[in-house]
Design a protein around this ligand. Structure first.
Ligand code: BJW
Ligand code: ZN
Length: 259
């Protein structure tokens, strides 16, 4: 990442009054949470998305799907927010009108101090009934052995006894309306959008940076790799989020204390 490019991004961030930080799986990669599409390490290299992340998969084999999500929830519980998550919270602290929009189903933004991230693809920590949508308690995992991805029969809904499902958005499902509306509104009104660690391949979420760019906002991208969002990004900071974002915050406002 060239210093001049970082300085250009810092100047844009320093001038911005309304900021959207739009994040994907790369944001949490350095916390040890795997991405989906990275070569070798991405979840979809190892697991079949059609067999695990669709409503049809849950109908066909709820225990397979529930067990896989229990394993992922367990891994996220053990993960810690990284310096990139903390830098995002620092941006929020500096620019009052900042909205964090995440595709991630982990809770690492919240745990790093972000106030109310908009979760476009739901959360691992919000299971609900697959039939009546009643929220269900999050299974307690702290005192158990690590969950290893085996089949686990999902609990039954307290209201109607149908299987409880993960509170995430699967392929072919609509995004939560309130979250999508909040994200579109923030993207439409911002003057700067910082997109971090997303391949920009999954729609409609991938439209969020495009909406911002179309309506005149500047887009900065943080990603070690090229993505389709290169086309809308005025500045591309090529590097990992946990290194680039703290450097961006420091170049913009000076040292903000220990990362
Ligand atoms: C780093 C890094 C580091 C690495 N630092 N960076 C238009 C065209 C074609 C298809 C469609 C279309 N519109 C809709 C579709 C269908 C589909 C879709 O988009 N398919 C495409 C994949 C082709 N979309 C849907 O089905 C959506 N629903 C829908 O359209 O519904 C219609 C409808 C409306 C009304 C009623 C009913 C239906 C839903 C999409 C749901 C996506 N769900 C998942 C799983 C969530 C649950 C779970 O976690 O299991 O969401 S899939 C997965 O992809 C997950 C992610 O949020 C999402 C995006 O992935 P992300 O975050 O970008 O990760 P990666 O792995 O792709 O990229 C990581 C990036 O990080 C890379 O660029 C790395 O370089 C980078 N990186 N290390 C910074 N250290
Ligand atoms: Zn129910």
């Amino acid at each position: 990442m060239a210093d001049l490019v970082l300085q250009e991004a810092a100047a844009l961030l320093g001038r911005a009054r309304r900021v959207v930080v739009f994040t994907g799986a790369g944001m949490s990669a350095e916390s040890g949470v795997p991405t989906f599409r990275d070569a070798l390490t991405g979840l979809w290299q190892q697991f079949d998305a059609q067999a695990l992340a669709t409503p049809e998969a849950f109908d066909a084999d709820p225990a397979l799907v529930w067990g896989w999500y229990e394993w992922r929830r367990d891994a996220v519980r053990r993960a810690r927010p990284n310096a990139g998550h903390r830098a995002v919270a620092a941006i929020e602290a500096r620019v009052a009108d900042t909205v964090v929009v995440t595709q991630n189903v982990d809770d690492l933004h919240e745990r790093a101090g972000s106030a109310a991230p908009v979760h476009l693809h739901g959360s691992l920590f919000a299971p609900r009934c697959s039939s009546c949508a009643q929220p269900a308690p999050v299974p307690v995992g702290a005192e158990r052995e690590p969950v290893d991805g085996r089949r686990i029969t999902p609990p039954g809904c307290a209201r109607c006894a149908a299987p409880v499902r993960p509170g995430v958005v699967w392929f072919g499902e609509g995004l939560p309306e309130t979250a999508l509306a909040a994200a579109v509104e923030a993207a439409s009104a911002c003057d700067l959008l910082v997109t971090v660690g997303t391949s920009g391949l999954v729609y409609p979420a991938a439209e969020i940076p495009q909406v911002a760019a179309r309506l005149g906002a500047t887009v900065i991208q943080v990603n070690p790799e090229r993505t389709p969002l290169d086309q809308v990004a005025e500045v591309n900071l090529r590097g990992p989020a946990a290194r680039v974002l703290p450097a961006l915050v420091e170049a913009t406002w000076g040292a903000t204390g220990p990362a």
